[in-house]
Design a protein. Structure first.
Length: 296
């Protein structure tokens, strides 16, 4: 079974998670330059044509492999996939449901597909659809996820036993201990999101990064959005939305204020995604420092 670094053509089997509008080209390129696999996020991309400029910006900063995440729920995901394939991207991650037609299209264009799952049945379906690897994401991860999913410690070995393709561990990984644990569980690589937000290269506002550093072991919570839920830093706004018990109307009404919180630093404007690993983040470091400590 291939190591993820062999599959992606990288030095290390470390994939940067897709982090929405704070997946800036400088961050993506820094991950790839440091030996990992940087990912642009496309879930919030309203105009697919803007992706070409982002791809070109990354390529100006690195000649190393990098990719993008495709959200199956995005109605423009096929258009985005075409742009990625035409640009020459060799691998992508997919999430938010099993995009059968998308996987077929990408495979026909010789683009490797790594699909994110939160349970064993999802992993089996993805393998049957022809994906090259599975990203098993535990419930301690940040951002969008399903309901009642197992933790990374439980999910990864279950998925490893259930499929023949390589498995990447995601959720709760931010240092060398988590990295080594993932391989002990049978994974062939790791995906890291929250830890890279607290990096010098990430465009996230300093207030966002300080909130991650200040977080303790119980300072994230899950907020239901009806069909899905998101893990975010515990703020007054997040607690208010959590009490709404799955009523997504108020959350949706805030959608235009996302960048106010993530990039401009007004943490009362919108929720700020974070995995439970935030409790272990003590300082902002460069991407290279984070990766080299992780794989040391």
């Amino acid at each position: 079974m291939k190591d993820i670094s062999e599959l992606l053509g990288t030095r290390y089997p470390v994939i940067q998670g897709a982090m929405g509008v704070i997946c800036n080209p400088e961050l993506v390129a820094a991950v790839s330059e440091a030996g990992g696999f940087g990912l642009l996020a496309t879930a919030f991309l309203a105009e697919p044509a803007r992706l070409t400029a982002q791809l070109e910006a990354v390529r100006k900063l690195t000649d190393k492999p990098f990719g993008a995440n495709l959200m199956a729920l995005n109605p423009k995901s096929m258009e985005i996939a075409e742009i990625l394939a035409d640009f020459g991207v060799k691998a992508v991650t997919t999430s938010g449901g099993l995009p059968g037609a998308l996987i077929s299209f990408l495979k026909e264009r010789q683009v490797k597909v790594l699909h994110v799952v939160s349970n064993v049945s999802g992993a089996a379906k993805a393998e049957s659809a022809g994906v090259d690897a599975i990203i098993a994401e535990g419930s301690e991860s940040g951002g969008i996820q399903g309901f009642n999913g197992p933790s990374t410690m439980v999910l990864v070995p279950l998925v490893v036993d259930a499929v023949k393709v390589p498995v990447v561990a995601a959720g709760g990984i931010g240092d060398s201990r988590g990295y080594r644990a993932a391989f002990a569980l049978g994974a062939k690589g790791v995906q890291v999101g929250t830890r890279f937000i607290a990096s010098r290269e990430c465009v996230a506002h300093e207030n966002y990064k300080k909130a991650l550093i200040a977080a303790g072991d119980r300072d994230t919570l899950l907020v239901s959005r009806g069909r899905m839920q998101v893990r975010v830093v515990r703020t007054p706004l997040a607690e208010k939305l959590a009490r709404a018990s799955g009523n997504d109307d108020e959350f949706t009404s805030l959608s235009g204020r996302l960048e106010d919180a993530w990039i401009k630093g007004d943490l009362d404007s919108y929720t700020i995604p974070s995995g439970q690993i935030a409790g272990m983040i003590k300082e902002v470091k460069s991407v290279r420092e984070i990766i080299e400590e992780m794989v040391s």
